[in-house]
Write a protein that binds this ligand. Structure first.
Ligand code: ADP
Length: 596
């Protein structure tokens, strides 16, 4: 019972495969039954007939033509086994394709619908990556494992049935030995899985270090700092740790499964010895003896190795399926897959009223009783040191996190009451680590307003406004040129050029509130200042929120909010804050040299 309970999740996985590909899965079962019966009972009887006839021809001088019938039977049987084997491979491919067609979109859809907190949390992100990377392979492995078990069970029943008819105790002995073997295999499977999970930590680090050593992104720094060897040593160290860990687990596992299959080999010898007597006394023909010994060796081979591996795979699946269920239970964000509304709302105000917030994974409050109001058509600047909570404010504003205390009111209505589509159409954001899409320049921009009209004209406008005109002239196929080096004809852009593409994307968006979260951090303070001034001009009439820890670039804002440790320390225009001689004025003086 306990054994079956342990395999419960394995059956869940099997059921998933049957649902994804019912016809092929059933056909596969039928083919496996035919193959298993032909290669055990069929082969034993055909071999017995062939050997007995050959013996009679040799010893008793029977006509040699009598051998044709058993020989043809034997060849026919081999032909059947081979043909069925080919059909089994074809059916397996069809099952795999069906699993892929059904579950890949489902996993991707779930991934796109997840609440943002799961994407940001390290633990759930690991679970998400494990499930999305391994589900298809695992479902196929589990199905294969169950089919392998089915084959073994048919082998065992048919061979044990024949042996039972002659030497009943040998059949019982084999059966008794297989029970502890099954138990050992399930245990080994569980340990192996846990170890693989733990060794993933090493794998991830190794993968990251590999990227640092060989990746294109770090090439300049790697050359300049010459840290290649240093990171290489670290890579070696992590790789060795992971390797030794896996080796230890594999060695123990091998010992368990190989040790038990050695025991089964002893049984072969015992059975072979025991069956000799019935042969001598005429209960068992010599042909049947040979057929049976061949079949027993086959069965024990499967029991000692394939069965251990299949049970282990199913036990692995047991653990994995628990994770898969956990993945399916992760909260989904309502309307995550919704497109932004075609027509954005007419924005009048956005107000934070006594908002406090902590990340779900943390106990510490990041925002503390925060209150401010943004009004339509004005420029706001959130300034403050790194870690003060500025980006967190934007995540709340845009509805990525909903577990805040206090109220966030958009046009006087609680933000949580708006649909995801409306919120998506209300905000456009450029982050410091803005996305670089390796598609055409045109598509890179259009993503900013997928449901918009007159796109060609507007693309030309924003290309002008974002200062991309000179870049377009240099591109081989103009705006249709693929960006990035993923494809051969793709053209890479410099950091600053990519930045302008991100700005063009934000400019084309019809969202009434534009948020810029340090998108110019890669620029020097003077260039940042110039770009901000230009952006402000381009976005005239829109509500803009600029976030920066550099004050020179934000001094033209209608209102500056100085954030510290999750609350507003002071707010006002640049002149008001300078006159107040508070922290803003101090920070501005400290940074003055950057701009002179
Ligand atoms: P800023 O934008 O002002 O530099 P952030 O809003 O990014 O600051 O971060 C504020 C604080 O919240 C920091 O202490 C940061 O470590 C923490 N933080 C940011 N994101 C998360 C997260 N997903 N989970 C837990 N803590 C976070």
């Amino acid at each position: 019972m306990i054994f079956l309970k342990k395999l419960h999740n394995g059956f869940y996985a099997l059921n998933m495969t049957f649902q994804a590909s019912p016809l092929s899965a059933i056909l596969y079962v039928i083919l496996i039954i035919i193959e298993a019966l032909s290669s055990t009972a069929g082969m034993t009887l055909a071999t017995a007939d062939f050997v007995n006839t050959a013996t009679e021809i040799l010893l008793r001088g029977f006509s040699k033509y009598l051998i044709y019938k058993p020989l043809i039977n034997l060849l026919l049987l081999l032909g059947i086994i081979n043909t069925v084997g080919t059909f089994i491979s074809l059916t397996r491919s069809s099952i795999k394709r069906n699993i892929q067609c059904k579950f890949s979109p489902m996993i991707t859809k779930k991934l796109s619908s997840l609440e943002f907190k799961h994407i940001e949390s390290k633990d759930s992100w690991e679970l998400i990556s494990r499930v999305s990377d391994n589900t298809i392979t695992l479902l196929m492995e589990v199905y294969d494992a169950f089919m392998s078990l089915l084959k073994i069970i048919i082998y065992i029943i048919s061979v044990l049935g024949i042996i039972m008819a002659y030497v009943w105790w040998a059949a019982i002995l084999i059966f008794l030995f297989s029970a502890p073997l099954m138990w050992l295999s399930v245990r080994a499977g569980r340990r192996n899985y846990q170890a693989t999970k733990e060794s993933e930590v090493y794998n991830r680090r190794v993968k990251y270090l590999e990227d640092v050593i060989t990746g294109k992104g770090n090439i300049e720094e790697r050359t300049l700092f010459g840290y290649g060897n240093y990171v290489s040593d670290k890579w070696q160290e992590q790789y060795e740790k992971g390797r030794k860990y896996r080796l230890k687990v594999s060695a123990r596992h091998l010992l368990l499964t190989r040790g038990s299959s050695l025991g089964l080999n002893v049984i072969i010898v015992l059975v072979a010895l025991t069956l000799i007597n019935p042969v001598i006394s005429g209960y068992l023909s010599s042909g049947m003896y040979m057929g049976l010994i061949g079949a027993i060796i086959g069965v024990l081979h499967y029991m000692g190795w394939d069965m251990a591996r299949s049970l282990e795979t199913i036990a692995n699946a047991n653990e994995f399926m628990k994770e898969f269920k956990k993945y399916l239970e992760l909260d989904e964000s309502e309307g995550a897959l919704r497109k932004p509304d075609v027509e954005p709302i007419v924005f009048s105000s956005l107000e934070f009223r006594g908002v406090s917030f902590k990340y779900p994974s943390d106990k510490k409050y990041i925002l503390k009783n925060l209150s401010f109001r943004l009004e339509s058509g004005k420029n706001y600047a959130f300034v403050g040191k790194n870690g003060a909570g500025k980006t967190t404010i934007t995540k709340l504003m845009t509805g990525l996190y909903k577990e805040y205390e206090g109220e966030i009111l958009l046009n006087g209505k609680e933000l949580r009451e708006y649909s995801a589509g409306t919120l998506k159409a209300t905000f456009s954001i450029i982050y410091q680590d803005f996305s670089k899409y390796y598609v055409s320049l045109k598509d890179n921009i259009v993503i900013g307003d997928i449901s918009g009209s007159e796109l060609d004209r507007r693309i030309c406008e924003v290309i002008d406004d974002a200062g991309l005109k000179d870049i377009v002239v240099k591109l081989k196929n103009g705006t249709n040129t693929l960006l990035g080096r993923v494809k051969e004809d793709g053209q890479d852009l410099s950091g600053g050029e990519w930045q302008r593409v991100a700005i063009a994307r934000s400019l084309i968006s019809r969202a009434p509130i534009k948020i810029m979260d340090e998108p110019t951090a890669a620029l020097d303070p003077i260039s940042e200042n110039q770009l901000y001034t230009k952006l402000r001009r381009l976005m005239e009439g829109k509500t803009t929120v600029f976030i920066s820890h550099r004050l020179g670039s934000t001094k033209l804002a209608d209102k500056i909010l100085v954030i510290e440790d999750g609350h507003i320390l002071e707010s006002g225009t640049h002149n008001e804050l300078i006159a107040a001689k508070g922290q803003y004025s101090e920070m501005f003086e400290a940074q003055r040299s950057w701009y002179s």
